[in-house]
Structures are given as C-alpha cells and as structure tokens.
Design a protein around this ligand. Structure first.
Ligand code: CA
Length: 229
C-alpha cells in the first residue's frame, strides 16, 4: 500500500471516530433534556381548564386558581384533602388569594361515576351544600379496604342527610336514578383528556400542572409566581 492510500485510510478512520463522538454527544444531550424535563417541578399548558359551571370555592375573581382533578374512590385524593388542602385553605383560599375548584375523574369505574353524579347533583341543587358534601364523601372512604364497594346510592343518601345546608334527598335520589347530571360528568371527563390527567389527584395552578401534589413548598412557590405574573 502506498503512503497516499495509508493516509487516506487514516483520515477515514479519524472521520468515523469523529462522527461517532458527535452521535454519542447528541444521544447524551437527548437523554439530558428528557431527564431535566421529568425532573422538573411542573409542566405547563397554554391555559388552565375552563371553570364555568364547576364548583369553585373562594373569591371568584382571585388571580390564581387551583384545580384538583380528583376521584372519590382514590385514597391519594382523600390523603391530599386531609394533608395539603387544609393548609391551602387557611393560607390562600380563605384570604381570597386563591380560588379552588374540583373536577371529577372516573378512574375507578361505576363508583367513581356515582360519586361524581352525586357531587354534580348537589352542586346544582345548592352550591353551598357542595363542599360539605364533597368533604363528607371523602371522609367516608374506608382507609382499610378502599377498593371494596362503598359508594352506593344508600351511602350517598346517608351522607347527604348529615349536610348543612340541607340537601333535598328525594331530588338527589331522582337525579342519581336518572343520571340527570351526566352532561356535567362528561364535561369533566373531556377535561381529563384535554389536560392529559394520568393520576389522581392531579393539581393544576392556573396553567401549571404540579408534578408532586404532596410537595407543599413547590405548590406555594407556583402560587406566588402566578400571583406575581
Ligand atoms: Ca364538574
């Protein structure tokens, strides 16, 4: 082999090594970007869900809205309502800085649907009865066997009977039997799809989805960012 050919072969080898290094760098960069995306505090949509005809607690014109996508059958939602929500209520909802809304998710089948229909029916009857009913329904979720059947028309009737302001039980029974509020439940299901809700609870602060709904410090940070925008 002449020296000219040897040097060409050498150059080709260099090119292959150089190209391989570039490819490896791009692969590393790709994984780095993916990792930083999933390790972030939150993801953002262009805007938050439309809250028209959704139960909203607090000052209706508050600049910051927190939306819980929740399911009455979900143990994490019950835990979130006991651990995180009271802190938010005291620090932000009661002071008028934040309004809070609840959107139904039906990840646990017929019982989720019945709970959602009951919530919507109570909201339609009397918005002031909704939040006490909503909390009482979560409170009745059994801690030991939450997968067992517990959301039944009888249980809903029993809970509704304990609520102040009073709920019209006869009306509620009719609404459940006739699925009178199925449109509202369908609207919520569409929002679950639109916002790609994969787990419950999913918490959105304005247009921002919180990665870990139990990370109170991050929730506070996002609230403050949104309030100052
Ligand atoms: Ca709804």
């Amino acid at each position: 082999m002449s020296s000219r050919y040897r040097s060409k072969a050498k150059n080709n080898k260099k090119l292959v090594i150089f190209t391989s290094i570039i490819i490896v760098l791009f692969i590393l960069l790709y994984f780095f970007i993916q990792a930083s995306k999933s390790g972030g505090e939150s993801g953002a949509f262009k805007q938050g869900p439309d809250l028209a005809n959704q139960p909203v607690e607090g000052m209706q014109d508050a600049k910051v809205s927190i939306v819980e996508f929740g399911d009455y059958k979900c143990p994490s939602c019950k835990a979130w309502g006991e651990q995180i929500y009271p802190k938010l209520k005291e620090a932000y909802i009661d002071s008028g800085k934040v309004k809070f809304a609840y959107i139904n998710v039906l990840f646990h089948g017929d019982e989720s649907k019945l709970g959602a229909l009951a919530g919507e029916a109570v909201w339609k009857q009397n918005p002031e009865a909704f939040w006490p009913f909503h909390k009482a329904l979560f409170a009745e979720q059994p801690t030991d066997n939450h997968d067992g059947l517990w959301i039944t028309p009888d249980k809903i009737e029993e809970i509704a009977g304990t609520i102040t302001p009073a709920i019209n039980i006869i009306q509620l029974k009719q609404d459940l039997a006739n699925q009178s509020n199925i449109n509202e439940v369908n609207i919520d299901e569409q929002l679950v799809l639109d916002f790609n809700v994969q787990q419950t609870p999913t918490i959105m602060i304005n247009n921002v989805v919180v990665n870990n709904p139990f990370d109170y410090d991050t929730i506070v940070k996002i609230i403050e960012e949104q309030a100052n925008e």
